[in-house]
Write a protein that binds this ligand. Structure first.
Ligand code: PHE
Length: 369
């Protein structure tokens, strides 16, 4: 039998441990490993220990393909966790689908990911929800900037960003708002001033920047240098503890949507935070960490419900997931293999303290589907 017969249950995790979005993979893996500790500490699953094998995708889609091929062919994993970034999940999902290895992405939000096939699942909301929520926040929320004129600044090389650009614009128009600028950049860019100057000339009330944290921080820093004072708005891809520093504080007062708020008082969230901090030297977990944790627990739960590690049986069990109590909220898998979960909007607070920048994500509001 795959996965070592009566030995350990081997589960794969492909994750960006290095490269431009290393925060995503490192956090997700830390969360998943905390879950493995807890599972094995209480006797494992089906009387067997869980063994999590992680392969680095280097933040590149083509390396995600290599990683899942190795995990499936060499390590003989029975199930797969990963990736965080939608473009890497999209690259690797067809291989899992073909091999009938159930894949659970902790946090890829692009709608196309789970459409790859019936073995592909996610533990989070999708961008056709996330984008409109932030358009509503920009234009309608009492807590938001009450914008009418919106600028868009997106990553043309990134499926996630392209998807969020599109649904955001559609919602703004539906609400009677105006898109005054629609500019693009590419992952890895470091100078955004030409596009930011064009955006500035259109005098927007807010700027939608659906990107990943590295570019977003530079964009925020350069926007402030150019005298742009309106808030930048973004999605979950902003989540990283380096935003304040890499933007030289420019990110202060901006907003993004995410999967969890660390100041959420719910016992499940607070318990997760304290066990994570205890294992990882006091580090505050981000959304990828809590979703990595929940994904590992959900996969283990599905294997338990399946009663064995057969790919089809685990797939069927995952598909039947109902009200699974995750730390970041309950997970019910819908007919499209997505999870319907609330979104939190967070305000970034960045303060200069000596030569350093302190960063906090302050809870603003929750939007339920
Ligand atoms: N949702 C992002 C994507 O699909 C990944 C992400 C999730 C990034 C959570 C940060 C936090 O590409």
């Amino acid at each position: 039998m795959k996965g070592g017969g009566g030995g350990d249950i081997v589960i794969g995790h492909y994750a960006s441990l290095t490269g431009s979005t290393a925060v995503f993979g490192i956090s997700a893996d830390e969360g998943a490993r905390l879950a493995v500790d807890e599972l094995n500490g209480s006797g494992g699953v089906l009387g067997r220990k869980i063994k999590l094998v992680t392969e680095d995708t280097q933040s590149k889609p083509e390396e995600a393909v290599t990683a899942v091929q190795k995990l499936i062919n060499q390590d003989k994993v029975v199930a797969m966790l990963g990736e965080i970034a939608s473009n890497r999940s999209l690259a690797a999902a067809p291989i899992c689908q073909k091999a009938k290895i159930p894949m659970l992405s902790p946090a890829s939000t692009n709608p196309k990911v789970t459409k790859v096939g019936n073995y592909i699942f996610r533990a989070c909301f999708i961008d056709t929800f996330q984008g409109p929520v932030m358009a509503d926040f920009a234009m309608k929320s009492v807590n938001g900037p009450h914008a009418r004129k919106l600028a868009v600044f997106y990553d043309v090389k990134n499926d996630y960003s392209l998807g969020l650009r599109e649904v955001f614009i559609a919602r703004v128009k539906e609400l009677g708002g105006e898109i005054v600028a629609d500019e693009s950049f590419g992952e890895g860019d470091v100078d955004f001033r030409a596009q930011l100057n064009k955006i500035k000339a259109t005098n927007p009330d807010a700027i939608w920047v659906p990107g990943y944290y590295q570019e977003v921080a530079l964009i925020a820093g350069q926007a402030r240098q150019l005298g742009i004072t309106v808030p930048l708005l973004g999605g979950d891809g902003w989540d990283a503890d380096s935003l304040a520093k890499s933007s030289a504080g420019g990110i202060d007062g901006c907003f993004f949507s995410n999967h969890y708020a660390s100041d959420d008082k719910s016992p499940a969230v607070q318990k997760f935070i304290s066990t994570y901090k205890a294992k990882y030297n006091g580090k505050l977990p981000d959304a990828m960490a809590i979703l990595g944790y929940d994904s590992m627990l959900l996969m283990a739960d599905a294997i338990k419900r399946a009663g064995n590690t057969d790919g089809k049986a685990v797939r069927d069990a995952l598909a039947k997931t109902k009200d699974f109590a995750g730390a970041a909220g309950n997970i019910t898998i819908d007919k499209d293999r997505n999870a319907q979960k609330p979104i939190v909007v967070l305000r970034v607070v960045a303060k200069k303290v000596g030569d350093n920048f302190e960063q906090k994500f302050q809870y603003v509001e929750t939007v339920t589907p």
